[in-house]
Design a protein around this ligand. Structure first.
Ligand code: ATP
Ligand code: MG
Length: 281
């Protein structure tokens, strides 16, 4: 492993981070509300801390952009109605849009399918100074593809190693990778889908395809478990976020992003020499 990967792996905070060899998704409570110190958080305290996190992230993003040395890749995976859009709106929304790009990965087009599965991903990875968010990602190729047998087992099985090698390349090139799996319970998913049917301003979000995916809820949990075991590595760890409570989800994601960027500690570039002698007339 390169020095760069070594240095980047020290950036990732421990809280909610998945250790590949000892994590059991089935033991996680999606309604969990305990904070980094192990104590239960109430909504008000979490919302106050969330606002502080956002204020810090705004300053850190400014420095990240000015320094132009590292990129940050935020990967979001979740079941339908799991809260990916909410995280984008609440956590990334307040950042300067000049330094943030969001890409949503849907069913691959024929052109995308005519290439290797990372082709459509690699072209959107962050350049220096940028924060890029993937709303779904290359992980769909070991999730939906596995659950629905869209490719033979021999094909999707080989992808875990391809993903790990690919992410190592990104990290070696100065990219910080934060992967968030948002976990909601089956009951909470039902409530949110029901709301999409009943509330007019949410109707547009309802898709019958989501009901088909819901039938595979348990198969997805298995695919998530395999993904976490095989691809949560020190240089690009997964964070599993209990996401039944939106306020906890937003607090947790913002906290982990803030701590990572604080440790990265981007600096303004040194001013060019002789700046003090220049006069603006
Ligand atoms: P929302 O429902 O909140 O609008 P979404 O991400 O679910 O957001 P949809 O258009 O509903 O957006 O769904 C995108 C679909 O594309 C998902 O069902 C996902 O599994 C599928 N998809 C993404 N990547 C792949 C892939 N590589 N192969 C097959 N299907 C994929
Ligand atoms: Mg959907």
């Amino acid at each position: 492993m390169s020095k760069k990967s070594d240095a980047i792996q020290d950036l990732y905070p421990k809280w909610l981070r998945v250790k590949a060899d000892r994590f059991q998704l089935s033991r996680l409570d999606p309604a969990e509300t305990r904070g980094p110190d192990g104590r239960r958080l109430d909504r008000q305290a979490a919302e106050t801390a969330f606002r502080e996190n956002i204020a810090c992230l705004q300053k850190l993003q400014y420095r990240l952009y000015a320094e132009c040395k590292h990129g940050v890749l935020v990967v979001l995976q979740a079941m339908d109605a799991g809260g990916k859009d909410g995280v984008i709106r609440h956590v990334l929304g307040p950042l300067n849009p000049q330094g943030v790009l969001v890409f949503s990965y849907k069913k691959p087009t024929p052109r995308e399918l005519a290439h290797d599965f990372l082709w459509r991903i690699h072209m959107h990875t962050p350049g220096h100074g940028m924060i890029v968010c993937f709303n779904r990602s290359h992980y769909e190729d070991v999730l939906v593809v596995r659950v629905h047998e869209l490719a033979p087992k021999s094909v999707w099985k080989a992808r875990y190693a391809h993903i790990n090698n690919f992410e190592r390349l990104l990290v070696d090139s100065g990219t910080v990778i934060l992967k968030f799996l948002l976990i909601i319970s089956k009951d909470e998913q039902k409530r949110r889908m029901q709301a999409r049917l009943e509330r007019p301003h949410k109707n547009w979000k309802f898709s019958e395809a989501d009901l088909v995916e819901r039938k595979c809820f348990d198969a997805y949990q298995e695919a998530y478990q395999a993904m976490l075991e095989k691809t949560s590595l020190p240089h690009a760890p997964w964070y599993v976020i209990p996401a039944d409570n939106k306020w906890f989800r937003n607090y947790a994601v913002s906290m982990i992003m803030r701590e990572t960027l604080e440790r990265l500690d981007p600096r303004f570039p040194a001013p060019v020499e002789g700046l003090e002698r220049i006069v603006v007339e």
